[in-house]
Design a protein around this ligand. Structure first.
Ligand code: BGC
Length: 440
């Protein structure tokens, strides 16, 4: 892959957040020490997880978090994004675990940045029910009351777009529903939950609140009208549907009327001002007119009745997940956001960026991250207010429907012995952080 690797990475501003991200269900294990989530139920179904695995043990981070905090300290990140498991918080002593984790992070000089929901909904709850949003705000108040004396920066939700699309529309993630456009209420209720959580966090004294939304540029397969139209629609589903309500207080045209309840009143809650906006970026998507057939793309089968079809981005290196490597897509995305949202756009933090490759001498991952950090700097130079960058992920982990087959970690995990081995990319990132700190 062509990179500028070898030349020095430009300096980011002083105070820039450099971190890594994880999520509870993907690393914690200790499933018998918490209530079940929709992911436990989904995983138990036949053929759902490609390698037949479960997250019952995962990286056993629940019992090994001290070792993982030591890895963070040695890496030199100044922030760590993890998620709090709602099913664990509901269980006896569940909050004690996050209490210890936060204490250990603070002692190691690493700023804790918890995400309050990363897809592991308690199994008795359902995002199709409006009431789940209110339950979420209660849970958030509880967590903020316990951790808020040491945690200042919070993330409400992780990627409601993917959770809706993969979990409720296409059925390849928990809770495994294939509702297509009837999944939209799940999106609305998550957005409402986000707004109520922002209110709950502010009531608990928090002043540094964001969300982690997945976004990427949509490229039309051709200039033909049908392709451009289909790409526009896909862009609206991935980007506009989740960013417009938060940043502009409205849904894209034609969407609001598909949502349940008093949408206008809900939008006022959903648009509670954010202190920063988190973007998870992996790759752009190339989209064209429907092809009239079920298409398999990136491990997901897309039904023929969708009004668009996802196409391959040709001429690009792909990760072992088959995702194209397109660093400049990050610059394009961020400058596009700045142009679309203007003054309404709060400072940006990249809350996830990373790639799946096997092995511990992971030169491809180094090239991927190197390219994306430079692309981020170009967005900064173009005037986008970027305040942080988190690599997905610290550890190889339970990659949802892919099981343990896809490895995103800077640290290799042997899932038989649970031994952690830092990869070449871990050392590369540590050097980058040292160089940045030296000139901060
Ligand atoms: C999710 C992570 C996931 C990663 C790689 C993001 O969509 O937030 O949980 O592991 O992508 O697929």
């Amino acid at each position: 892959m062509a990179t500028d690797a070898g030349t020095e990475i430009p300096r980011f501003p002083a105070g820039f957040l450099w971190g890594v991200s994880t999520s509870a269900h993907q690393i914690e294990g200790a499933a018998d020490e918490r209530e079940p989530s929709v992911w436990d139920a989904f995983t138990a179904g036949p053929g759902r997880i490609k390698d037949g695995s479960t997250a019952a043990v995962a990286c056993d981070h629940y019992h090994r978090h001290r070792e993982d905090v030591a890895l963070l300290a040695d890496l030199g990140v100044n922030a760590y994004r993890f998620s709090v498991s709602w099913p664990r918080v509901r269980s006896a002593h569940g909050l004690d675990f996050y209490d210890r984790l936060v204490d250990d992070l603070c002692a190691a000089g690493v700023r804790p940045v918890p995400t309050l929901f990363h897809w592991d909904l308690p199994v008795d709850l359902d995002w199709l029910d409006r009431d789940t949003a209110a339950r979420f705000a209660e849970y958030v108040s509880l967590v903020a009351g316990r951790l808020g004396d040491r945690v200042s920066r919070w993330i409400t939700l992780n990627e409601p777009a993917e959770h809706t699309l993969l979990g409720h529309a296409l059925g390849v993630h928990a809770p495994g529903r294939r509702l297509l456009f009837d999944a939209l209420p799940a999106a609305h209720h998550q957005l409402l939950a986000h707004g109520l959580a922002v209110q709950a966090l502010r009531a608990a004294g928090a002043a540094d609140i964001g969300i982690a939304n997945s976004h990427g540029p949509t490229w039309a397969a051709s200039e033909e009208e049908a392709d451009v139209e289909a790409a526009g629609f896909y862009d609206l589903l991935l980007n506009g549907l989740f960013a417009d309500p938060l940043l502009l207080g409205r849904y894209p045209e034609g969407i609001g009327e598909l949502m349940p309840g008093d949408v206008e009143a809900d939008l006022k809650v959903i648009a509670e001002p954010l202190d920063w906006y988190g973007v998870n970026y992996y790759a752009p998507t190339r989209v064209g007119a429907p092809q009239g057939a079920e298409i398999e793309f990136g491990g997901v089968s897309m039904p023929a009745e969708l009004p668009f079809s996802v196409r391959e981005i040709e001429g690009r290196e792909v990760t072992d997940f088959g995702w194209p490597v397109v660093p400049e897509g990050l610059t394009e995305l961020l400058t596009g956001f700045r142009d679309r949202y203007g003054d309404r756009l709060p400072p940006i933090v990249i809350t996830e960026n990373g790639c799946s490759y096997p092995g511990v001498d992971d030169q491809e991952r180094i090239a991927y991250l190197d390219g994306h950090v430079r692309a981020l700097h170009r967005a900064l130079e173009a005037g986008v207010d970027v305040r942080g960058y988190f690599v997905w992920s610290l550890l190889d982990n339970f990659e949802w429907a892919e099981g343990y087959a896809r490895r995103f970690g800077l640290v290799h995990v042997d899932f038989d012995t649970l031994e952690r081995t830092p990869k070449a990319s871990y050392r590369w990132f540590r050097e980058l952080l040292r160089a940045q700190a030296a000139t901060a």
